[in-house]
Ligand binder design. Structure first.
Ligand code: MN3
Length: 271
């Protein structure tokens, strides 16, 4: 690698020395972590005092893809249980000083008698808090609700990584396969890591924000699908594939694109 500084770096140094605000864009690089999610409106609360975030739409807003009763039970009972049990598990520990993502990243340091409860319930709280934001009432695309196709840099990255968005064998098929093949309960994810996209799936409430040894994959989730039976069984019974097909109609691509940009460094630079 050349030790010479680039013209861009030279410009930055000159501007810096002159006390001028830098306007030269930094080279886009991966910025993994949940910071991207905070900019996107994620509310996790303080560790040990987690609260159930309000849904950004009514229970019935995702009909007919996801029915109102499922949304109400999923949010008010299942997600709330993760919140309550996470708070219980963390009570009186030093982990209340950490952010939720630090807790997930530090699972190795959680005492053995608390580890399963923290892994399942902080994981569950974080996963569900993200999940609600990744969906929007079905609209006409292009920022007008859920469904449709991604546009712009995200669409380009998906095409470059997976061959196509919706053609046979492309991104949608690969993601659906990860969601279908997850045995038992878990999640399918589109993650951003080191400037690249990847599809992953995790068991139970494991999350790509956990170390790889727990989650089997690590990176910033920018899209995720809950394939626990509690997410679809009332309407779809045992037909997980039908739930996955319908779910594409409520994917909030505007939010996914925002998260993708943030993990690539864009949103951080603009501040
Ligand atoms: Mn769930």
């Amino acid at each position: 690698m050349s030790t010479q500084i680039s013209r861009r770096q030279a410009l930055a140094i000159t501007a810096s020395a002159a006390g001028v605000a830098l306007v030269t864009p930094r080279i886009a690089r991966a910025r993994p972590g949940i910071h991207a999610w905070r900019d996107a409106g994620l509310e996790l609360g303080n560790a040990g005092e987690f609260t159930l975030p309000a849904l950004p739409y009514p229970f019935s807003a995702l009909e007919p893809s996801i029915d109102a009763e499922t949304m109400e039970i999923h949010h008010d009972r299942h997600h709330k249980a993760y919140v309550d049990n996470a708070n219980k598990a963390l009570a009186g520990t030093r982990f209340t000083e950490l952010t939720s993502e630090k807790i997930l990243a530090s699972l190795d340091d959680v005492p053995d008698d608390k580890k399963a409860a923290v892994r399942n319930n902080v994981g569950g709280h974080v996963n569900h808090s993200m999940f609600w934001l990744m969906m929007a009432p079905a609209g006409t695309g292009a920022g007008k609700g859920g469904g449709g196709e991604p546009t712009g840099a995200l669409a380009d990255a998906i095409k470059a990584t997976f061959g196509s968005f919706g053609d046979k064998g492309g991104f949608k098929d690969q993601f659906a396969e990860a969601a279908t093949k997850r045995f038992g309960s878990g999640w399918a994810w589109l993650i951003s890591r080191d400037g690249k996209l990847a599809i992953a799936s995790t068991a139970n409430q494991d999350c790509p924000l956990m170390p790889e040894k727990y989650a089997g994959a690590t990176g910033t989730p920018i899209l995720g699908l809950d394939v626990w039976e509690h997410a679809y069984y009332l309407k779809y019974r045992n037909k997980r594939a039908d739930y996955i097909t319908a779910w594409w109609n409520v994917v909030n691509w505007t939010k996914v694109a925002q998260l993708h940009t943030a993990t690539m460094g864009g949103a951080e630079i603009s501040k």
